[in-house]
Structure formats: C-alpha cells, structure tokens
Design a protein around this ligand. Structure first.
Ligand code: C2E
Ligand code: MG
Ligand code: MG
Length: 451
C-alpha cells in the first residue's frame, strides 16, 4: 500500500512536470514561463525593481535542420538550451516556446543596460562553436528585449513586445539585439510576425482545406464543393482566410499555399469520385480559388495540368475561381491565360461577381463559364427590391452570355425561394451547409450517393 502511494505520487509528479516542460530540452514551456513571469511582475511591483523578457530566435536554424537533418537540429536545440541556462543566474528562467524560439526572464534588473548586457552575453556564448555528430556549427541569434515592472504590464503583453522587438533585431541584420520601445511601429512588426508565422505554418502543414457544397436548385443535390482554406493555428485556433490571404498575397507566399490547396482539393475530389464511380449521377466537382499572384505565374496552365495528371482528375471536374478585381489590368494577357486554361478543359468562374468593375464589353470577351453572384446581393433578397432587381439582372446577363450563374451566401429559405423564382439553378450558402472538413463533406456525399 505504502509502495502504491509512493508510485502514484511519482507518477503524478512526472505528469505535472511534463505538462509544464518542453520534452526535447526539458526547459519550462510557455505556460510555465508565463506563470513565472506573472509572479515576477507581482514581486517587482512590491520591491520596486524591474524585470526583462528576452525573446530569441536562432538565425538560419531551418537551414541547419534541412541540410543536416532533424536529429542534428534537435541536438543543436538541446545544446542551445544548456548554454542558455549556463548564462543565467539561478533566479532567472529560460524557456522554449517551440521550434527555435527561446525566451528568458530576468528578475531584479537594475536598468535596460543590464538587460542588454545579459542579451549580449547570451549571444556571445551561443556563437562559440558547437560540435554535433562531426559537424562544427555556430549559432547566431536575434534577441528582442522588453523591459517591464510597472502596474500595467501584463505577462502576455510583455512577451509580445519582446517578440515584436525581436523582429526589429532581425530587420537590423541577424545576430543583433533590439529593445522594445513604445514608439515602435507595432503594426509593421506584427506583419513581420504574421509573415514568419505563415511561412512556418506552411512548413508545419497547419493549413486545412474546408469544403462547402454547391447545390443544384433543380434537384436539391450536391453538385460539388468549393475548396476554402483554413489555418489551424496551434494557439489561435481556426484562422479564417481573410486574416492571412491578403498578406500571403503580398509576400508571394500565396503561390506555394495556393498550390497546396489546389493539390489537396484535387486529390480529395478524385478520392470521392472513385468512391462513387459506379453511380449513374454526375460525380462531384471542385471549385478552387486562385489569387491574382497565382494567376500571373507564367507556368500556371502547366502547373495545373500537372496537378490534374498527378491526381488522375478530369479537367472538367475542376473550376478555377478568379475575381473581377484581378482583371483590371492588361486585358489581352488575361484573356490569353484564360484561354490556355480552358484549352486544358478546365472551367473558369468569376467570383464575387458584381463587386468589381467589369464592363459588359469586357465581360463579353472573357472566356469564362460561371458567374458567382456575390452574397451582398443575395443578402437583400426579400428585403431590398433593388437587390432583387440586381440579382435578376445578373442572372439575365449570365444567361445572355451563355454562362451558368451560382448564387453565393444563401442563408434563408426566403432568399432561396426568390432565387428559384428568378430561375437561378446553382447555389451555395449557410442555408444548405457551411464549409466543413473533408470528413464531414464525405458524410454529406455518402448521403447523396446511397449505396
Ligand atoms: P469566396 O471565394 O467568395 O468564398 C465564399 C466565402 O463566403 C467563404 O468565406 C464562405 O465561408 C463564405 N460563405 C459561404 N456561404 C455563406 C453564407 O451563407 N453566409 C456568409 N456570411 N458567408 C458565407 P471564407 O471561407 O472565409 O473565405 C473568404 C475568401 O477568402 C473567399 O471568398 C476567397 O476569396 C478567399 N479564399 C478562401 N480560400 C482561398 C484559397 O484557397 N485561395 C485563395 N486565393 N483565396 C481563398
Ligand atoms: Mg470563391
Ligand atoms: Mg465569392
């Protein structure tokens, strides 16, 4: 009995330790670090002294990891953790937040100079050569410093400020330190932060494709899906595309990201099609959004042809969605690209139709197949007679041009009734289904194709 209790105690201690420590380096993790920081802030308020948070990121860690392998990378992180601990006083805390990000809490600090001195000492210690599996390595770090200890300082914001200052250090050239100042352009630094996060999210495969059914209003059946990307952020949860697509577009990260979405959506669609290949009903098709940047890639058609071939998907099963706003410049080259895509057999939809500025003359020349009527017009159906008129006009326009129309963002039975009355044949919206993970989309399909 005594032995049982001892063992259970040990086990409990072990579990508690695991919950608050990084398994690789055994340093405290984020949760424990924030806890210690919050206690340190309370103590410093009582004592009237200061604390400093150093946020550090190893420069070029990814290069080492990619070229020498994860095991060398892991050994390097363990070594860095050891050296970091050696640089500190017993009252300070070093922690690993994940990847190659480490933080240090310095308590009972005199002034910013002292924090700077410690940061420099850490940088110098880490730079001494390291020997791992026969490789001589040298590590440089960028360190951001935030100094705190006043009433308003919250642990989370101090950590964030140090993190932002780290981007200033990186900007200034690697292997340097920067102190957070309240006048810093926080927005610009946050952008750098998001950009870095996006890059890592791609590497760590944190993106997911969600699928929203497109429904035929003639038989109320699922015709296919629109692929909509989501970011499964380890801390922030599911991040919607509008929070990261614009920056991904600006930085060019949209190209690899969009490529990944395209591949994943085609792979998944082919899998569904194989499952129901014996069915008499038409097989599900897939719509994928293309960004302006992707659309301008010179090898776009070839890339898409390759993805289709690789996944064994018929070109007819793929619809590429582009927006009107992408088509404001250089009409001829846009038409040439669209033609190339259509020669593959892929179909094209104009997304968010009605929100851009395409003229009728322009529209007439564009080789496209679908108009997706923006949900801002569908929204007013049954409430705003103007919207009903506009939806009706868009439907007429589509039919005159020989295009199919899809109503986006249908949310109510009333809107649906109006769309039916106006002769709309395809629709999509929360009234039917929200975008959902592939497992849920598979269930919806299974219900649509009875065994
Ligand atoms: P979109 O292509 O027009 O996609 C439709 C958006 O409307 C989706 O938002 C969808 O969840 C939302 N929606 C659908 N039905 C309803 C409804 O009944 N009510 C309301 N309020 N909303 C509805 P989401 O998924 O947040 O995507 C937003 C935009 O982000 C997309 O607009 C598209 O422009 C862009 N996007 C999403 N995935 C990708 C991608 O893989 N690549 C690129 N380049 N852009 C993407
Ligand atoms: Mg779309
Ligand atoms: Mg749309």
């Amino acid at each position: 009995m005594q032995k049982d209790i001892t063992e259970r105690k040990l086990l409990e201690e072990q579990l508690a330790h695991q919950a608050f420590h990084d398994p690789l380096t055994d340093l405290p993790n984020r949760a424990l670090f924030l806890d210690r920081l919050s206690h340190a802030l309370k103590r410093s308020k009582r004592r009237g002294d200061k604390v400093a948070v150093l946020f550090m990121d190893l420069d070029n860690f990814k290069v080492t990891n990619d070229s020498l392998g994860h095991e060398v990378g892991d050994d390097l992180l363990i070594e860095v953790a050891g050296r970091l601990s050696q640089c500190l006083r017993p009252t300070d805390t070093a922690a690993r937040l994940g990847g190659d990000e480490f933080v240090v809490l310095l308590e009972d600090i005199e002034d910013t100079n002292e924090a700077n001195r410690v940061a420099k000492r850490i940088a110098e210690t880490l730079r001494l050569p390291l020997y791992i599996e026969g490789h001589e390595l040298s590590v440089t770090t960028s360190i951001g410093i935030a100094f705190g200890g006043s009433d308003e300082d919250l642990p989370g914001s101090l950590l964030r400020n140090a993190d932002l200052a780290m981007y200033r250090a990186k900007e200034a050239g690697k292997n340097s330190q920067a102190m957070f100042e309240s006048g810093m352009d926080v927005r610009a630094l946050k952008r750098l932060r998001l950009e870095e996060d996006l890059r890592r999210a791609l590497e760590r495969e944190e993106f997911r494709v969600y699928y929203q059914p497109e429904v035929s209003l003639e038989n109320d059946r699922i015709v296919g899906f629109e692929a909509l990307v989501r970011w499964e952020h380890p801390e922030r949860g599911l991040v919607p595309p509008l929070e990261f697509i614009p920056l991904a577009e600006e930085t060019g990260l949209i190209v690899p990201l969009g490529q990944w979405v395209l591949e994943e959506a085609c792979r998944q669609t082919r899998e569904w099609q194989e499952l129901y290949s014996g069915s008499a009903d038409p097989l599900p098709i897939i719509s994928v959004n293309l960004s302006a940047r992707q659309f301008k890639q010179p090898d776009l058609a070839e890339t898409i042809a390759q993805v289709l071939r690789k996944n064994g998907l018929e070109p007819r099963s793929l619809i590429l969605e582009i927006t009107e706003s992408m088509m404001v410049t250089d009409v001829d080259s846009i038409i040439a690209t669209l033609q190339e895509l259509r020669e593959l057999g892929v179909r094209i939809a104009i997304d968010d139709f009605g929100t851009g500025y395409s003229s009728l003359a322009y529209l007439k020349r564009l080789p496209v197949d679908y108009l997706k009527i923006d949900r801002s017009f569908v929204d007013g159906l049954g409430r705003d007679p103007t919207d009903k008129g506009l939806v009706s006009a868009a439907l007429t326009l589509a039919h005159t041009l020989g295009l199919e129309a899809v109503a986006e963002g249908v949310e109510t039975a009333d809107q649906l009734a109006h769309l039916r009355e106006l002769g709309c044949k395809l629709a999509q919206g929360y009234y039917f289904w929200k975008p959902s993970p592939s497992e849920r989309a598979s269930e919806l399909l299974a219900a649509r194709f009875p065994p």
